[in-house]
Ligand binder design. Structure first.
Ligand SMILES: N#Cc1c(-c2ccc3cc[nH]c3c2)n[nH]c1N
Length: 244
């Protein structure tokens, strides 16, 4: 998979060279290129922003550099998916991560200031698939942090990136796990600061362990994210429980 990221702060994406995503890049599973949007400006000050039409605070990113960047990165006839990071975008979730993991080509546009001129998305959509995406209902200063999150989320789903693909199956929000939150995990020592590992996990009884883990996953999901519960697991009674 080829991933291009365009930003005025390309160094912000340096952490992608670390850890699992970094290994995937080294082994060629992912071909990552990070670009400085200012390389597509032509004035002495390498200007990427201007005042907003209609007034208002802040500045808006000019369409011309973005248009030229996308022309170069996505030649006519190329099958590519453009993600534009924006707080007003569609919520990013595991389903979209899985979709992106199957794409041959993803370009990620990281805006700054008050955002990117709306015509960039409009024009790009005439020749590629465009998704305006948000990683959550809070406001960042730019799209780079969101790009890091999204790239990590989909890169780890690419076959070969995670050593043991079985570990993907039981994760929170994974389609294989009924969209339940992940059950609590424990490791040695069996007793730590007076706190014991649940006995069932020491029993070696795999059937009981699987059942216990599912119960904990449902309980946790009901308490923290009831909207994720399948209908069969929902209960209407108000559960007063310690906030954990
Ligand atoms: N994705 C996402 C975002 C953003 C975001 C994205 C791009 C820009 C450009 C200027 N400000 C931005 C905020 N804020 N919160 C999110 N979930």
């Amino acid at each position: 998979m080829r991933v291009d990221v365009v930003s005025i702060f390309p160094d912000y994406l340096a952490p992608l060279r670390l850890s699992l995503v970094g290994k995937a890049i080294e082994t060629g599973l992912i071909d990552l290129a990070v670009h400085d949007l200012r390389d597509w400006t032509h004035d002495r000050h390498r200007t990427v922003d201007d005042t907003p039409y209609g007034g208002g605070a802040g500045m808006v990113m000019r369409p011309e550099p973005w248009g030229e960047a996308l022309d170069d990165l996505v030649p006519a006839g190329t099958d590519a998916r453009l993600l534009i990071m924006t707080p007003s975008g569609r919520p990013f979730d595991q389903r979209l991560a899985a979709e992106l993991a199957a794409e041959p080509r993803v370009i990620i546009a990281c805006g700054r200031y008050e955002g990117i001129d709306a015509r960039v998305a409009e024009h790009a959509a005439t020749r590629m698939r465009v998704d305006e995406v948000s990683i959550g209902d809070y406001v960042l200063n730019g799209g780079e942090a969101a790009a890091l999150v999204i790239i990590e989320a989909f890169a780890r789903l690419i076959p070969g990136v995670i050593g043991n693909p079985e570990s993907l199956a039981e994760e929170s929000h994974s389609a294989d796990h009924d969209q339940l939150l992940e059950y609590p995990v424990y490791t040695k020592p069996a007793a730590w600061r007076g706190l014991e590992v649940p006995e069932v996990l020491l029993s070696g009884h795999h059937g009981r362990i699987t059942a216990w883990r599912h119960e904990r996953a449902v309980e946790l999901t009901r308490r923290r994210r009831p909207e994720l519960l399948p209908d069969a697991e929902r209960t209407d009674e108000l559960e007063v429980r310690p906030a954990v």
